[in-house]
Design a protein around this ligand. Sequence first.
Ligand SMILES: Cc1cc2nc3c(=O)[nH]c(=O)nc-3n(C[C@H](O)[C@H](O)[C@H](O)COP(=O)(O)OP(=O)(O)OC[C@H]3O[C@@H](n4cnc5c(N)ncnc54)[C@H](O)[C@@H]3O)c2cc1C
Length: 402
Amino acid sequence: MPVIVNNDAIIAGAGPAGLAAAETLARAGLEVTVLEQSHEIGSPIRTSGGSFIEEMAALGIPAHLYHPISRVRFLTPGNAAVFDYATPRFCVLDVRGAFQYLAERAVEAGARLRLGTRVEAPLVEDGFVRGVRTGAGEQRARLTIDATGYRSVLLKHPSLNGAALDPGFRRFGVGSEYDLLAPHCDQNEAVLLVGGSVAPSGYAWAFPWGRRRVRVGVGVIHPDSRANPDECVEKLLKDAGRFGVNLKGAQPLEHHSGLIPSERYAQKFAGNGILGIGDAVGNASSLLGEGIRWAIHAGRMAGEVAARALNQDDVSRARLEPFERQWSKRFGPDLRLAHQINLRISGWDDRQWDQRTELLKLLSPEQFAEAMKTNLRGRWLWKFAGSLLKKGHARELAGRLL
Ligand SMILES: Cc1cc2nc3c(=O)[nH]c(=O)nc-3n(C[C@H](O)[C@H](O)[C@H](O)COP(=O)(O)OP(=O)(O)OC[C@H]3O[C@@H](n4cnc5c(N)ncnc54)[C@H](O)[C@@H]3O)c2cc1C
């Protein structure tokens, strides 16, 4: 099998995690190649692209690549909470545009992108990963990064058994979504729906993203539920009017489907000569199955750790492991709590959703946005708890939470 290129780093997967890591490594002056199985960056789309304006701005994503949302409607079978924003906080990404923007940044920094290149296995020598095997041959590198999303193609490979890097995810959000041209759908409002008849153990959404386009989808958690999201989304399209989502005259332009690990992030992100980032190691927030900005953070954080290790010519686990520690320190508490909450709410029945939504209605729009952002320990929460106590809601609060 021919050896194709020698690199400082090879990244398997050109999603947001892989592209963000590529840019960081290339900016550090390192030779980096990204191998992507698809023939187009950001395609096929496997995400609905919901996010937060201030987070996207902080990550440097230009405003023309996301669509602002000024109202969120949260619907349970018998209740509703509505949050209006004079200044929008939520947004929906032009996913292909945003992912290609990340690719442009990586290329401008000096990274190489190889499309239509499927990574099959890590090359393991003397206990270190030294690159990858693809359908076309070997690509050798001092460092290899698994950014292949929920498949964790390299980390799960049997040749790495000794390194115990397989994240071992068993619980996944499984989604099915139509991207429609919907001339009459409200472009300012995102709708989230829960309940057994709409999205057993998960939730459904209608996310407008500009140009009269809207993504309407359903995500369920397997194995908590065995519901088929394809069937759920067909039903949702038929019932949309009942939920105030106007799909009159709408036609689908794309169908998307995908998986996301719905677990606490992996115990290990690093081995000798290899790092895992993004969904491959469960960096997303399992509160809502939201992972794009987390993947970008992971790619950049891992890229910095990896650049230091490469510059010191030591890519042992000991040099790469700081990525795990930095991640846990910065995001761990919120992400672990998000996962605990998700485990709990995915088991709620319709009556419990209806009841708990009374509590949600007491949140201000800003507080709701902070909670959705997985900011689960912020000052806003203490303020909210304080305001409930002042209003004499303490007993009600305890009753509804327990
Ligand atoms: C139905 C659904 C809805 C979602 N909605 C949202 C949302 O609204 N907001 C949000 O923030 N997040 C959402 N997410 C999650 C989000 O899409 C992911 O967390 C995020 O894309 C993870 O980025 P990543 O780079 O780690 O992986 P991915 O985006 O999965 O990218 C992995 C890349 O690796 C490539 N690849 C895979 N295997 C190989 C291989 N063997 N060789 C070469 N290349 C390979 C893939 O083609 C892909 O390009 C959703 C996920 C799903 C499934």
